[in-house]
Design a protein around this ligand. Structure first.
Ligand SMILES: Cc1cc2nc3c(=O)[nH]c(=O)nc-3n(C[C@H](O)[C@H](O)[C@H](O)COP(=O)(O)OP(=O)(O)OC[C@H]3O[C@@H](n4cnc5c(N)ncnc54)[C@H](O)[C@@H]3O)c2cc1C
Length: 410
């Protein structure tokens, strides 16, 4: 079948490969090129061990404190407060204990597919060296946070996630580049990270070209279902297809709306600063619990960033936030390069209020499949999502229950 995949981010490209594996004639459509969106500059974690949705009772408890600090882990730009209110209401509802428990189960199911799917994809495409398997750390700067981390670790172990808790001495031995001020850590030995998310996405794109997957640089404005399925593109001929996959990240909402699906997709913007070529000081990714940022030792240099800003797709970035993250990092990491020597970036996480992606058929046509809304974990879940998309298109029974990811769940 001819399949058009809209979006050359990590999700769309992984899907294109899975569909080519099934023998389809695939064309990827992107208005810019590969890795133009969130897949370009993210933190690079393959964080299949993170099984807690952002929408959680714990998050709700922390929000008031976060909002008091305009440069803290969570901010809402005043001009975006009104537009984001319905989404926020859904987030609060999804944070209730019963929904939280259902979301954890769903995330456990998709995350269990994530590493095996990445292993298969990266091995098949000769990209194995781009996956670094050194685990990941969540570090705690107070004893209270450390104790809460131990409770969380017990819960995670019950879901089969390997996690070790480390005291300050063991942590220093593992990562001498971290400050002495830390109370301990949770170590996830099976977590991994990529050499650089942009390079990985570009490698997927290059490999796609080599195996005959087509590319069209075009802006998709709609999917026409009457009179033959096709992608309607701005200023150029429509692209006919037998099946269409929408993987346009944070920009997918209007395309789904055109098909009658009102999906509550918005963006949680994230910021970071990277120091290309700088000695990374740390051997594995580190998350600073309660502070909303992470540090990743990419092959291309140290990257520090994170945070969530609710400000939609159009307001300009506020890199005072990036500077604030950098300042915080200097408290916990030794020898962080000066902010001015780094490269700043802002990306648009495609976020659904219940913290789960949308993977399923469009209401208007079973010939259109959605694969977007992966929020904080799109790199992690991309290869797994790709397999699920291929299953939906082939009519195979997927290995997990897809109802928690259904576009009709809202
Ligand atoms: C600061 C930050 C840190 C992160 N860290 C991690 C992490 O460590 N691990 C992890 O798993 N995830 C992480 N994420 C999340 C991850 O980056 C995203 O979930 C993931 O990249 C989404 O991929 P995507 O392919 O769905 O979307 P994108 O990468 O945004 O790609 C969408 C593509 O669609 C194209 N497009 C959009 N609209 C159209 C249109 N109408 N026509 C044609 N083309 C279109 C765009 O040009 C773009 O190339 C992070 C995100 C941020 C912002």
């Amino acid at each position: 079948m001819r399949i058009a995949v809209i979006g050359a981010g990590v999700v769309g490209l992984a899907a294109a490969h899975a569909l080519a594996d099934d023998g389809h004639d695939v064309t990827v459509i992107d208005r810019e090129g590969p890795a133009a969106g969130a897949s370009r500059g993210n933190a690079g974690w393959l964080a299949h061990t993170d099984i807690d949705p952002i929408a959680s009772p714990n998050m709700l408890r922390q929000v008031p404190g976060f909002l008091l600090d305009p440069l803290g882990p969570l901010a809402i730009r005043a001009r975006y407060l009104l537009p984001i209110l319905p989404w926020l209401t859904r987030l609060i509802l999804a944070s209730r204990p019963a929904q939280f428990a259902r979301s954890v189960e769903a995330l456990v199911s998709i995350n269990a597919l994530a590493m095996p799917a990445w292993d298969t994809l990266s091995t098949r495409l000769g990209m194995g060296a781009m996956i670094h398997r050194r685990g990941a750390l969540f570090v705690f700067d107070t004893v209270a946070r450390y104790e809460a981390g131990r409770v969380k670790a017990t819960r995670q172990r019950a879901f089969g996630i390997p996690v070790d808790t480390l005291g300050p001495h063991e942590l220093r031995q593992m990562e001498p580049g971290l400050s002495n001020a830390l109370a301990g850590a949770a170590y996830y030995p099976s977590a991994a990270h990529v050499s650089d998310p942009r390079l990985v996405t570009e490698a997927l794109f290059a490999a796609a070209g080599l195996r005959g997957i087509g590319f069209a640089r075009a802006t998709a404005s709609a999917i026409a279902t009457e009179g033959g399925l096709r992608v309607v593109c701005e200023g150029r001929d429509h692209i006919p297809a037998d099946r269409v996959v929408i993987a346009a990240g944070a920009w997918s909402r209007p395309l789904a709306l055109g098909l009658g699906d009102r999906i509550p997709l918005d963006t949680e913007r994230g910021y970071n600063v990277s120091f290309p070529g700088a000695d990374t000081q740390i051997a594995r990714p580190v998350a600073f619990d309660g502070h909303g940022f992470v540090a990743t030792p990419l092959a291309t240099g140290l990257r520090i960033g994170g945070a969530v800003e609710l400000a939609g797709l159009h307001l300009p970035p506020n890199h005072a936030r990036t500077r604030a993250l950098h300042t915080k990092a200097t408290r916990f990491l030794r020898d962080v390069p000066a902010f001015e020597t780094g490269t700043v970036w802002m990306g648009f996480r495609p976020c659904i209020p219940d913290s789960m992606p949308v993977i399923g058929h469009a209401a208007a046509s079973r010939h259109v499949v959605y694969a977007f809304g992966h929020g904080h974990y799109g790199l992690t879940q991309s290869a797994a999502t790709a397999g699920l998309v291929a299953d939906l298109i082939a009519g195979r029974t997927p290995p997990i229950d897809l109802s928690p990811f259904s576009p009709t769940r809202f």
